[in-house]
Design a protein around this ligand. Structure first.
Ligand SMILES: [Zn+2]
Length: 220
């Protein structure tokens, strides 16, 4: 697996210092599970940060997001949800790496996918920290996601299949940071459904009137 799109250094640094909230931390931690390069980068930042923090007065970053993530790893998995709406083939390795699989209590094929409209499905990921909205999205192979822009930040991590937009192609492990300057029309690659983890801190802003009208109904 070759990963071409990684989180920014700013995000990795915030993660390493514990400054990120739970939803953002989950996206980074799940990317790290797939990306040795970023694991090394974060380990280096933590080493540097340890020395730095001892020489500087404590800053008000004190969020226990990382502790919450780690605690969830130890938590009992939930009961498997009802039957999935479509069969997801099982490969040699799980579609959902840890810590994400622990949050959801199973792999992609074990989950109760909810119809999102336009052929797409979602599974909300429950967070203790409600400042972000976290969900798994499943976009049918070869189909577009409605064009949208963002009021806030949106992090997307591809876990299966691929999508592409004007900024490039994103496959398993690839990570996209989108802010309110990006208006894009992601399109799932043909072949297999695209499953990705999406973390947002504000509702998406759809360009088409129809999409805007159905948006409240879909909860996206
Ligand atoms: Zn990476």
């Amino acid at each position: 697996m070759k990963i071409h799109h990684h989180p920014s250094d700013e995000l990795l640094l915030d993660y390493a210092s514990g400054a990120l909230g739970e939803g953002w931390s989950l996206a980074i931690a799940t990317h790290l599970a797939l990306c040795p390069a970023c694991r090394r980068a974060v380990a280096g930042m933590e080493t540097l940060g340890g020395g730095f923090l001892t020489s500087v007065a404590p800053a008000p970053i004190g969020d226990d997001a990382l502790d919450i993530v780690m605690a969830r790893l130890d938590a009992e998995p939930q009961e498997p949800a009802a039957a999935p709406v479509a069969e997801i083939p099982r490969g040699a390795e799980p579609v959902l790496p840890q810590p994400l699989r622990g949050y959801l209590g199973g792999d992609a094929g074990d989950l109760e996918w909810r119809r999102l409209g336009l052929g797409a499905f979602q599974v909300p990921v429950a967070m203790e920290d409600r400042r972000t909205s976290v969900r798994l999205l499943r976009i049918p192979a070869g189909r577009p996601v409605p064009e949208h822009s963002h009021r806030g930040l949106e992090l997307t991590l591809v876990l299966r299949g691929a999508f592409s937009d004007a900024t490039g192609e994103y496959k398993r492990g690839d990570f996209q940071e989108a802010d309110d300057s990006l208006e894009h029309r992601p399109h799932a690659a043909p072949g297999e459904d695209c499953i990705c983890l999406a973390v947002t801190d504000a509702p998406l802003r759809f360009s088409s009137v129809t999409a805007r009208i159905v948006q409240p109904l879909l909860g996206i």
